[in-house]
Unconditional design. Sequence first.
Lengths: 164, 505
Amino acid sequence: MFLAFALLTIGSALAMAFQKNVIVAGLFLVATFIGVAGLFILLSNPVSAALQIIVYAGAILVLLLFVIMMLNAHEEEPAQDDLYFQRYIALGLGIVLIGGSIILIRQSQLLQSLSEQQVHHIAPVSLNQMGAEMMTNHVISFEIIGLLLLVSMIGAISLVKKRL
Amino acid sequence: MTLTYIQWSALIPFLFPLAGALVIPLMVLTRTVRNEKIVRWTVWLTSLWVLYAAIRALMQLWMGGHQPSYGPLLVDRLTQFGSLIVLGSAAITVLQLWDHLHHEGWFKGETLALFLFSVTGLMIFMATTHLLVLFLALEFFSLPLYTLTGAIRVRREGAEGGLKYFISGAVASSCMLLGIVLLFGLTGSLDLMKISQFAQQQGWSDSLMLLSLGLILFGLLFKMSAVPMHQWTPDVYQAAPHPISGFMSVATKTAVFIVFIRLFIWGFLTESQGLSATVQHLLSMIGILTLFLGNLTALAQTNIKRMLAFSSIAHSGYLLLAFVSGTEQSIHYIFYYLVIYGFTNMGLFGILTAFGWVGSQTDFDHARGQGWKRPFLGIITLVLLLSLAGLPPFAGFYAKYFIFRELISSGHVWLAILAVLASLVGIYFYLRLSMVLFMEKPLQGFNYAKDHHGLSPYFWSSLSVLICFTAIVALSIWPQWTLDNVAVPTTEQPFRLIEPFITGN
């Protein structure tokens, strides 16, 4: 189960990055979100899974697709110069990063001991619990996220405001 | 939920700038041009007032020796010190923004609101002991700065610098987030206290623990523009409005160093000598690289703002070297350095506005002979530059001297020699700007700032520069006083004495 969802997430994320047509890329993003939602369910957190699908796949992506269609920018613009040289450096560094992280993960004893621990059944998180947790223990983080959204709104407006 | 008196006193310093930031966008909701002037004054005075109120609240805490906390926000001496620098530089920035924004031909209320949001974010960033809040605060102060960098759309570099800052900043903060998440997965907690306890029992020998530590360090080094991650700095400082560049170079850097001390020196690295040595080696290498690259690249610059950007990179190098000696005194010297660096850099970026070098007119050619035209500002510039270069009678000298002395006494003689060599290189380009100001004749056919009688046509920015100048002169006369009364008390009652708040995870 985990592998299926993980592959769905990674595969569609890669497909999204390599897709030239922006709208198809957006649809691949939906598949990524569904994969992430599946991972949330496996972590016995159905609330986050539902939120993931309702908010991201449902609302944000539709908005995104609307914007793309409104701007009428279906195709990616060709780059001005191809930067082949940098592309190879990036490829090499990427391989080093992936290889390095695989080695580090295999070396880690702490991770090994975590995986050997007995898996005990966790009751699924309810919406009630999550709300209570957010409003008590994590109230400061909750407030900051709210302010963060406000800041990004004000910032976006002030960047495009016509009358200065 | 009712808050106790102590919890309120911890929250109040954050609430003032936040309230200002929330009220200002409502104040500018006017459609008539007629009362625009009144709106501008109201908005400007409001932001000055909230900053003053927050400074007063913090000063009361500092004077009384109170160190209250609320949830993951810990207003200890470290937070108070850092917040005072951030709020002070913010107040100076607001003074300068009045002139600069009028100068650029626009004045948006949102600018000040975003600026105050950024101030609040920086304060939360320094105060928090919870890694989730830390990351959120990082975003909270970065997002307004990205926007402010690209705020002047009339200038071509504006959008470019803003976008560059946004993309590279996003990479750095996602690296930091990855580090935090790894640490959470391994230790089962996001609370700094619990993670430190876990690390003391288990040690940092595990490869993934080291990786997460490295990723968090990467994010912090990016924000303090240490060398492999410094490329964004000159472009962004050049693109941003002058006062905002000054604010970024002072307040952001101070906040990141404060967080570095809280996370690494007081949190992760206690009682684990092996790792401390590794981190010290790493920091000494990065520090020396930063110093040399910053100072040498600054030699080749023809733009004052880019030169100041590279000089601020070099100053990160000095501060990083101070960590290498790793004694209690070296932490005091870092605080001392931050105070002096703050006043000097705020002054120098303010001078750009006070001279009236608008927008991208900040090449050395624009400064030719301007020192004679406004001798008052010219002499202040000279003093500030000499202080930044670290020449003896001025405060900057003591700051550097203390750090070098500590390096030598802890046995890093070679590092000290290299650092002195790098700062000798630095003297050249600081003096070059003074030469340009006083010794060279204005070029023909250049659009110099308009001729006015009197000291400077820009009252508020000149006032802010004068404040910085007075502070630097005072600090040069009484260096020991600052060290004893500001730097040393900051380390009283460090973080380890405080119990973790969040009980859940």
